[in-house]
Design a protein around this ligand. Structure first.
Ligand SMILES: Nc1ncnc2c1ncn2[C@@H]1O[C@H](COP(=O)(O)OP(=O)(O)OP(=O)(O)O)[C@@H](O)[C@H]1O
Length: 272
């Protein structure tokens, strides 16, 4: 349907593992369908245990893996078959990844401002150094930093939370429509997690960016998600408005997940 920013129609991904005689099929994602509308930016959360297919879904949305069945489109274009250089460039501008470990997202020997300035030139449309600096500074200010604070600094000089914010700023330089964030707070100190999660909300509300948020963390999911799907063994076992799903889970697996985040005094970590 036109009007969808991202659309997955019965998407499946099967991997074949092992040798010629011992090969075994792994159904990483089975028959997954959902859509995010262009005119309704949202935080769409995918929760599931390890191996449930979350990262495979993220990689298919980013165009790194191709579905073995079904259709995956971004703005109506088949993500697995972007034909022209122009389509590929447009896609790379519009869809940005944020990874789990910000220290792996940057070369430890490279100064952070170089990344932002390069991205501003390559993807942000800056034509000279002054323009690149302006764009980089604007992006850093959106995440609560500035170019002056980052200039000349190496990744290890920042905390995990600060570095993740720099990674988000780098993604923002190309004015994306969709951010795919795979466990973006799991390596971040618990005290800084909420700041990153709150930042995602601001990106949605102030910049109209939709976010696919992949997490194990029900507490952050509860506080930011608009919609949520819960995956188990490649399949969706529960889907809907986040508050409804998390407040009153129907599937035994989602109930189990909720039990797992009950605080020691048996009060849910979230309440309806
Ligand atoms: N390139 C691959 N080749 C073979 N099997 C794969 C490949 N990528 C993923 N798988 C398998 O697909 C299944 C889903 O993996 P995936 O990484 O998507 O799960 P996940 O929910 O993201 O897990 P985690 O939370 O541990 O990252 C797993 O059984 C995994 O071993």
């Amino acid at each position: 349907m036109s009007g969808d920013l991202l659309r997955l129609d019965h998407v499946s991904k099967t991997f074949t593992r092992g040798g010629f005689f011992t090969s075994r099929k792994v159904e990483a994602v089975k028959d997954l369908s959902f859509a995010i509308r262009q005119d309704r930016p949202e935080i769409f959360t995918i929760i599931g245990e390890s191996g449930s297919g979350k990262s495979t879904t993220a990689r298919m949305i980013l165009g790194v893996e191709r579905p073995t069945a079904g259709a995956l489109t971004f703005n109506g274009l088949d993500v697995g078959a972007l034909r022209t250089r122009e389509d590929r460039m447009r896609f790379m501008h519009a869809v940005q990844p944020i990874f789990q470990n910000p220290f792996e997202a940057f070369n430890p020997l490279k100064r952070l401002d170089r990344y932002l300035l390069l991205t501003a030139r390559r993807f942000g449309g800056a034509t000279d150094e002054a323009g690149a600096e302006r764009l980089a500074d604007e992006a850093l200010r959106k995440v609560g930093l500035s170019l002056a604070e980052v200039k000349g600094r190496f990744p290890h000089e920042l905390s995990g939370g600060q570095l993740q914010r720099v990674a988000i700023a780098r993604a923002l330089v190309s004015s994306p429509k969709l951010i795919v964030a795979d466990e973006p707070v799991s390596m971040v100190d618990a005290s800084l997690r909420m700041a990153i999660v709150t930042l995602f909300k601001a990106l949605r509300d102030d910049l109209g960016i939709s976010i696919i948020y992949i997490t194990h963390d029900l507490a952050t999911a509860y506080s930011i998600s608009d919609r949520i799907i819960i995956m188990q063994k490649g399949a969706v076992v529960e889907a809907g408005e986040a508050r409804a799903v998390l407040a009153a889970p129907q599937h035994p697996y989602s109930r189990q997940l909720r039990e797992a985040v009950l605080t020691p005094d048996a009060t849910p970590a979230f309440s309806a």
